[in-house]
Each structure stands twice: as C-alpha cells, then as structure tokens.
Design a protein around this ligand. Structure first.
Ligand SMILES: O=c1[nH]c(=O)c2[nH]c(=O)[nH]c2[nH]1
Length: 300
C-alpha cells in the first residue's frame, strides 16, 4: 500500500478511512443464534492528491460513507462469516465501487463473546465475554494483490512450574539466580500470515490457538519443561507452521511477566514455590517471527 505521489521535489504518501467502526452481527440459525462484535478500521489509498494540495475534494470518498459501507456489507452478509472473509469482501467492495481507489487496508478486531453453557448445554442465545481478542488484516490492491493475516491478542497464559532459566551471561551487573523452578506467565500477541486461503478461517483460527496453548503448556498430565520464553516461543511458532500448511509466517510477542518469590527471612518467611509478588512492569520483552524460506516477496 505504500507508494507516494510526487509533489514538487517531495513525495506525499497518503491514505484516509474510518477507524474503529463498531458493528455487531447476529445470524439466526433456527432457534440458535450466532453473534460477533467487530471493530473495523478501513484505510483507502486513492488518487486524491488534489485534496491535499489544492483543497479539491471531488475524488474523496467521505470517511462517513466508508463507515456506512461497513454496515451495508454487514447487512448483506446473510450467512455466518469470518472477519477474514468480511474484510476481503469489504476491500473488494471499495476497489470495485470507486475507480480512484487503488488499495485498501482493513483491520478488524473481534471481541471475545463466547456462548454460555448451562448444565453442560450450549445456550441458544446467551453469551459471556471471554478474555483474548481475535484480529485480522486484509490488504488488497486494484491490480489483484491480496494478503490476509490473522491473529490473537491479550492471550494471558500462566503455568506454575516446568519453567526455568539457566546458563545465561553472568557479569558484574547480574543478580538473577539460575533456576529450574519458576512460574511462567505471558500475555501473548500473535499474528500469522496466510499464503493460501484455508478451507475455513474460523476453524483454522481455533486450530492455531489450540496449537499455541498445547505447545505452551505441554500435556495436561506432566506438562513440558521450558528452558526459556525464547525456546517456548520458537516451538509454538514452529508447530503452527508444521501443522497449518496455509500459513507462511508466524509472529509472536511474549512478554515475560514476572512473579517474584516472596522471601522475608528476618520474620521467618522462606519462599517454597508458594507465595509470589505478581508484577506488571517491568516485564521481559521477547518477540520473534518464524517464516518459511524462499517466500515470494510481497507486492503489498
Ligand atoms: O525466559 C527468560 N528469558 C530471558 O531472556 C530472561 N531474562 C531474564 O531476566 N529472565 C528471563 N527468562
């Protein structure tokens, strides 16, 4: 999406759109209802240089119109759809409707409304808010280039054992003791990029989330030992690429959220993997992208 227009001896790179258009959509499947709540941000790249340089708005699609288009498309989507499909259709709608629009970026976030189960029975129309958000981005251009990424944010995970950190650099500033027994906690953000359209974006998202969780924790009985957040992050990303062929790269941001041992020897309190001081900051900041080799370079 990023090429500019020449203005004298400068280049002006510009786009406009509407940010955080909130929409909820309910689909009636018999007596069972499906509902989603999305926040949609649209950014159009268009031939509107004169609006910036001359005050000529004749080619501007008003951001108010952009907002309305989100609701028009939501109304038109008569079947349950994913954010990735909705974002793709929205991008195409702008590209097909307005000749001056050359590229579209759509960012979407889905609030975690989850169907309630009462007495082990999924409720027909009752939902409660969960914790992690689902994200998607669609980039599309007039000449047919098209890129879909999906992700998850605020996925807060914690395990009370099977984590350690040893063998790191020790110098005059190092105070951290080595350990093979600590808490590991993170609030994970991940973004993955599709090279092919999967059969079902919703199912693929659920599968990736499951892979991230099961690699982080290991088996329910016994778990798996983590020698560092770095190693766990890498194994999580590797497992996604191994098990989901339509995904070409995985970004993971995994802050190491510290739970500090409480030790107060002068009043007889000795830490025995039991009492911790939870903290938010500072936190370790660990992120990486794993991608398949020899990917064609993106034109977006
Ligand atoms: O898993 C960890 N990785 C680090 O890089 C690090 N640094 C640190 O102080 N604790 C930890 N833990």
């Amino acid at each position: 999406m990023a090429t500019g227009d020449s203005v004298g001896d400068c280049e002006l790179e510009h786009q406009h759109g509407k940010a955080r258009v909130r929409v909820a959509r309910v689909w009636h499947e018999g007596s069972s209802h499906v509902m989603v709540e999305w926040s949609v941000s649209v950014s159009l790249r268009s031939k509107t240089l004169a609006a910036y340089t001359e005050g000529d708005n004749s080619a501007i699609v008003a951001t108010d119109t952009i907002k309305n288009t989100v609701y028009v498309l939501a109304k038109r989507c008569s079947e349950t759809t994913s954010m990735e499909e909705f974002g793709t259709q929205l991008a195409e709608l702008f590209l097909n409707t307005y000749s001056q629009v050359t590229g579209v970026r759509v960012n979407l976030t889905q609030r975690p409304w989850e169907r309630v189960s009462l007495d082990n029975t999924p409720h027909e129309h009752g939902f409660k808010l969960g914790s992690e958000n689902r994200t998607a981005q669609v980039l599309a251009t007039k000449d047919g280039n098209h890129k879909v990424t999906a992700g998850i944010s605020d996925l807060s995970l914690l395990k009370t054992t099977k984590s350690g950190f040893e063998g790191f650099v020790r110098d005059k500033n190092t105070l951290l003791p080595e350990t093979r027994e600590r808490m590991m906690a993170s609030s994970i953000r991940s973004v993955w990029s599709y090279s092919k359209t999967p059969l079902d974006y919703n199912e693929t998202h659920a599968k990736v989330k499951n892979i991230l969780l099961s690699t982080f924790f290991g088996p329910s009985r016994g778990g798996v030992y983590s020698p560092s957040v770095q190693n766990t992050l890498y194994l999580m990303a590797k497992e996604v690429l191994l098990r989901v062929p339509e995904i070409e790269s995985v970004y993971l941001n995994m802050p190491n959220i510290h739970f500090l041992p409480v030790n107060m020897p002068s009043i007889g309190i000795q830490f025995k993997d039991d009492v911790y001081l939870p903290t938010d900051e500072p936190h370790g900041s660990i992120e990486a992208t794993l991608q398949r080799k020899n990917l064609p370079t993106s034109k977006l």
